[in-house]
Write a new protein. Sequence first.
Length: 129
Amino acid sequence: STTFKNQQMARGVEPDESFYIQHCQAIRGKQRIDLTVDPPPDLAIEIDINSRTQFDNYQRLGVPELWRYNGQRLQINVLQDGKYIDSEVSPTFPNFILIDKIPQLLKESKQVGSAQVLRQFRFWVREQI
């Protein structure tokens, strides 16, 4: 995993997952990411079942989109004017209604297993495209 930190932060953040999507060309092939010259990830994902993600650190980094899952609900936060706002839709994936679909699939995976749910998810994505 990667810890992201800049000069404005006392402590770095280590998202459960992070992705460079719009800025993938800027970091492709790099061994280390230096946020003094490199952009922050475009999307960070946090699974917050036992702890709460600190918005402030992601805001200071300038991560445009933060997804948080608390074991029941997916919350999509979008950075606007330096602050996160709740959003029903991901700006990165506007054609996908993820806020309902992801929790539904995660719940199903506990009953039928992750392999079957991954197949369902892939099929669902193909239908949306």
